[in-house]
Design a protein around this ligand. Sequence first.
Ligand code: ADP
Ligand code: MG
Length: 308
Amino acid sequence: MDSIQDHLNKLLDRSEITNQYLTILKEKVFPDPDVQAFLKENQDHLDKDAIMKSAINLYEFVNQKEKRQANEPSLIEGHDPKLVLFNNRIHVEYEPSTDEIKRQKLLQAKQRVKTVYISKEVNEATFEDLYVTPGKKEAVSKTLDFIDDYKATPQDYHQGLYIHGSFGVGKTYLMGAMAKSMSQSGYQVTLVHFPTLCSEIKAGFKDNSVNDRIQPFKETEILVLDDIGAESLSAWLRDEVLGVLLQHRMQHNLSTFFTSNLSMDQLEQEHFRTASGGDEPVKAARLMERVSYLAEEVQVTGENQRKK
Ligand code: ADP
Ligand code: MG
């Protein structure tokens, strides 16, 4: 049986290690096309001695590159090795791969779309998956116009849309696709289910947090108030919450969209007017002025596309 000392000696047999190392360098590291290209490109700065001194780094490069290509765990996840010349020596640096950059961009984009009480399906809506039926054509094309115009001149005011139509025709879905597209270009979009927001605000009424609660919706670059008209509205919600919110967005020229089962006229006559339980046509008309300043009315027709 080998003594510990013998074992160590074997491990430390420099010539054995050196031979294995040289074989790997010769057979695997130097023939690597990226290594070849790098050495050729930097031949004026590297002599044989410098290359041999940096060979361990070339080895690391080839080894890590193989791991990344085979999808095996690598030194720095999501990063590709890269050869660099520094002080006449070759070093390995790691930079995020194209996939990693894409993944991070998507993640950042997701963080810029803020969806509040919105289904997962709508959160994932994209124009690639969106099909256009004749009844949707106008709304889709106006939404696409908005996107193009906004991206072309983000400093200008761009009026949003008031998209109405019956349940399940795809209003919210279209807004989800718009939100994703805008956010991928770096704009901050908030899509909120308005009836749920109203219930939440009502629940928080006593702790004086109403202003805090509506602040993010006042300030977001692009806002979608989803399903307006389906909330149970009170005079207070109408005047102090919705009125204040829309007034702020109007004054600051911030793009605002609405979706609703009601037309603008129905919203005014059947919803805003009677919010207090009585009849307040003037208040309703004032609020409607803000809505129509912010958004152009467009109707969507078609079948209910909900699966359940
Ligand atoms: P609405 O807001 O008009 O009530 P939704 O936008 O919630 O309707 O649409 C209902 C469901 O129909 C969505 O969850 C989605 O699955 C599907 N859907 C709607 N519009 C489209 C579309 N243009 N392309 C693909 N699926 C759609
Ligand atoms: Mg909807």
